[in-house]
Design a protein around this ligand. Structure first.
Ligand SMILES: Cc1ncc(COP(=O)(O)O)c(C=O)c1O
Length: 487
């Protein structure tokens, strides 16, 4: 623990909201505020807090209030008391890692846990048959050679290239590199193109796994807020590109995670033009492109793929969302010279991808639409059921109906998503606050709610969400407290 991380009573008071304006017990308001400071990154894990007596004097509250707040933090696993050396804020294991890592850091899930922290589905039913077919003739044929294919299997590269051609973008096998998923794909691009201190532009909010990867490469994130309607504010993106000249821009124009937005062609075109002027390479993450929940009539109007508008850019894709995350198959589409450079970076890391999984992916790609049809219909129903239930139980919250993807981006009626998710975890619901989708812990007013679980589980989750919010929200909380006292 870093001993120099210490916050004095006056500095801490300046960070805290006015406790007189919070209703409910004061100690709870104080512990919630300290929790929010920690989880938002405004106080680092390991920070030494003032003594209870000093904090109480500074805040003009009783010593018992400060003690009760610290007790509350300690019982939630967020405070470490060391005899003789003070009290330290600590991040509970679950909160320490954003994105997919958050789940890795948790204890094993129990059967009753409702896990809304990850937007992913179980495997399509065709997986077993595809695995059986792949393990027969094709594997036997390939097993006669050495099995190292740093660019991926030619047949799979062809199949992926054919899907780009179907979308109207001329693409050859040589422009495709098969990777172990989209996360691996983005990591490779960062490895090949970005040096420590370089800037990488992202949307705000953006996918936590990408934000983590940028940070892990010691690059600086330039986050540009989405517009109020959750689309690209292409004027703001163009300004940020021209002013900061980032090395890369990481964007999710096709059913953005977390908002589900689909960006129209005009804004894609404007962004591609600005990136050309600023010398920025664009990476588009198309992981969700097949999770298209629009009606058939709307699909006719699909925007042009970024690869058509920005020929020197990178597109990354994955079978994790349409097929199964356990397959670990993704890819990069780029020009041939970039693909060669990325293959060199890839060989240094993991040599080559697994052959059997690529063969299974090939089988599944043949019937992707048949495999996906029922799944999309069900997802559409789950999305609508989630939104209806939110409207019914939490009318003060707002959520746009996402055109695709696996989650709704929900705006709460108070900026308290982190304390809410923390309380929910104790009630068996894992869910990501908006701050997970920001590089600096902002977006406290938002919650990402995936609709990948069956409708009854979503209905159950919203009931717990509503109850917990009532207890947490200052105004409603006051009402509940009063009714408890008078009951
Ligand atoms: C936008 C986005 N990109 C990439 C990934 C990671 O995908 P993969 O499993 O293909 O590595 C995810 C997973 O949630 C995602 O949401």
């Amino acid at each position: 623990m870093n001993a120099s991380n210490r916050v004095g009573p006056r500095a801490l008071a300046a960070l805290l909201p006015d406790l007189d304006r919070q209703s409910g017990p004061r100690y709870r308001a104080l512990s919630s505020a300290l929790t929010a400071l920690l989880l938002d990154g405004r106080l680092a894990g390991g920070t030494r807090l003032p003594s209870e007596r000093d904090l109480a004097a500074q805040l003009r509250v009783s010593r018992a209030t400060a003690t009760a707040a610290y007790d509350d933090l300690a019982s939630n696993g967020m405070l470490l008391r060391r005899r003789g050396s003070g009290s330290y804020l600590i991040l509970p294991a679950a909160a320490r890692v954003a994105g997919p890592g958050a789940r890795m850091a948790r204890n094993p899930l129990t059967q009753d846990t409702i896990d809304l922290s990850i937007a992913s589905l179980p495997a399509v039913p065709g997986l077993l048959q595809a695995a059986t077919l792949a393990a027969l003739e094709p594997l036997g044929r390939l097993a006669a050679a050495d099995g190292y294919h740093p660019y991926g299997l030619d047949e799979l590269r062809d199949a992926v290239a054919a899907r780009y051609r179907m979308r109207g973008v001329e693409t050859s096998r040589e422009q495709i590199l098969i990777t172990n998923g989209a996360q691996h794909a983005f990591d490779l691009i960062l490895r090949a193109l970005v040096s420590p201190g370089d800037r990488v532009l992202t949307e705000l909010p953006s996918y936590p796994g990408a934000l983590e990867a940028i940070k892990a490469h010691s690059a600086r994130t330039v986050a540009v807020p989405l517009s109020a309607a959750h689309g690209w504010d292409s004027g703001a993106i163009a300004n940020a590109l021209l002013q900061t000249a980032p090395r890369l821009a990481y964007l999710i124009p096709d059913f953005h995670n977390p908002t589900g937005s689909l960006i129209p062609t005009a804004q894609r075109r404007q962004t591609a033009a600005a990136a050309r002027r600023s010398g920025t390479r664009i990476v588009v993450d198309e992981s969700f492109i097949d999770i298209d929940l629009r009606a058939d009539a709307e699909r006719i109007e699909s925007p042009l793929p970024m690869a058509a508008l920005d020929p020197s850019g990178f597109s990354i894709g994955s079978l994790s969302k349409p097929i199964w995350g356990g397959l670990r198959i993704g890819w990069i589409r780029a020009d041939v010279a970039d693909i060669q450079r990325l293959a060199v970076a890839r060989a240094r890391g993991d040599m080559s991808g697994a052959v059997l999984e690529q063969l299974v992916a090939l089988e599944l790609l043949r019937d992707l639409d048949a495999n996906l049809g029922p799944r999309l219909a069900q997802l559409g129903e789950q999305r609508d059921a989630l939104l209806a239930e939110l409207t019914r139980r939490l009318p003060g919250w707002r959520a746009a109906r996402p055109a695709g993807g696996l989650s709704a981006w929900v705006e709460l009626d108070a900026p308290a998503a982190t304390p809410l998710t923390h309380l929910l975890e104790h009630r068996g619901i894992l869910i990501s606050p908006g701050s997970r989708f920001a590089p600096d812990g902002a977006l406290e007013r938002f919650l990402r709610i995936p609709f990948a679980l069956p409708t009854p589980r979503l209905v159950e989750a919203v009931a717990v969400l509503a109850q917990t919010w009532t207890e947490l929200d200052p105004k409603r909380h006051a009402r509940t407290e009063t009714s408890l006292v008078t009951a």
